[in-house]
Design a protein around this ligand. Structure first.
Ligand code: ISE
Length: 341
């Protein structure tokens, strides 16, 4: 079976996912795309021989797709994901699953209800074990993050004590706020760090130096404690200016493990040594996006859950941790417990 995928939202990530699904993922074809900009929808559709829709809801309910990828604005994730569940369409929603924990709970509840109805009717869930919803936390498919997770979980550095995460963008997206730095950027670490360490986030406190510039506080630092007592620093600097730079080091009782420098080349010349940074996340995580999309397609086609594919519950856990961070931001940086699910 070739999975017919519809992609809703053709901005930076949606367009990239169309390219990846079309050229680097087996077992799937993009048959429909939707965007509020009809010119953009027609252009992307024309490039891959898909049908262009103006509204995501129309694409979701059309009989031209088997599964849906939601890459539209964060504020539309809830309505589009709920529509996919209602239509019985497996859906991969870009992070965050939804901007608030309440919306994530609504999605998780709708997925459970759909799974129960399907079980009563004898049908299985597309993502395996009744799961229709997957969330685009692609760092779980980054080979370096996978190796880091495996090394930490093997006990090779002893008991985990600390971790240090750095997440720097070249330029901040326009329209962002101090809160969306947490819900739209730090959300990656609020999923990947507990995933690497194997322990959920228990509390978060928010900190910042004097604002680097403008109303959006940038950089920000989250001090995260995990349930098994590790202490993690998460620096997010969305206007760092020099390049896209994601780092993670884990400090154990017997040693450390860290993501290696992802640069492919190092130049030496005139007494200098240099390597390049990518401009944004797409080149840095190209293999992660490909592997994540392949895992999602395979899970939908076979009905067998992909172990590392983030679920609606994972999206909710990250949203609850983000809520705690934003609450701490508004309350002067006090540690705020994370509501456990
Ligand atoms: C962006 O939306 C992403 O998801 C990137 O992976 C992240 O690094 C960036 O900070 C976000 O703005």
């Amino acid at each position: 079976m070739t999975l017919r995928v519809g992609v809703v939202g053709l901005g930076v990530m949606g367009a990239d996912h169309v390219r990846t699904l079309t050229t680097r993922v087996s077992g799937a074809v993009v048959t429909a795309v939707a965007d509020i900009d009809p010119v953009r929808a027609a252009s992307v559709a024309g490039g891959v021989g898909a049908r262009a829709f103006r509204a995501g809801q129309e694409l979701i309910s059309s009989d031209e797709v088997d599964a849906v990828l939601v890459a539209a604005a964060d504020g539309s994730h809830t309505e589009l994901t709920l529509a996919a569940i209602a239509a019985g369409r497996p859906v991969l929603t870009e992070k965050p699953l939804a901007p608030t924990p309440e919306e994530c709970r609504q999605i998780a509840a709708a997925e459970r209800a759909a799974a129960a109805a399907a079980a009563a009717g004898g049908a299985g869930g597309a993502g395996g074990a009744g799961r229709l919803v997957a969330v685009g936390f692609m760092r779980r498919f980054d080979p370096a993050h996978v190796a880091l997770r495996d090394g930490v979980r093997s006990g090779s550095i002893g008991r985990v004590l600390l971790a240090h995460a750095v997440h720097r963008n070249t330029t901040a997206r326009s329209g962002g706020t101090s809160e969306t730095t947490v819900t739209g950027s730090a959300i990656h670490e609020l999923d990947s760090v507990p995933w690497v360490l194997g322990s959920p986030v228990s509390d978060v406190s928010w900190h910042a130096p004097r604002a680097a510039s403008g109303p959006r506080v940038d950089p920000q630092v989250l001090l995260v404690r995990t349930a098994d007592g590790a202490l993690v620093t998460v620096e997010v600097f969305v206007g760092a200016g020099y390049g896209y730079d994601v780092r993670l080091e884990v400090v154990g009782s017997r040693g450390t493990l860290a993501l290696a420098d992802p640069a492919l080349l190092v130049r030496t010349r005139d007494l200098h040594r240099a390597s390049d940074y990518p401009v944004d996340w797409r080149p840095r995580f190209a293999e992660a996006y490909r592997a994540e999309l392949q895992a999602w397609v395979d899970a939908v086609v076979t009905g067998v859950a992909a172990p590392d594919l983030a679920t609606a519950e994972d999206g909710l856990r990250a949203a609850e941790a983000a809520r705690a961070a934003v609450t701490s931001m508004r309350e002067g940086g006090v540690p705020v417990p994370v509501l456990q699910i």
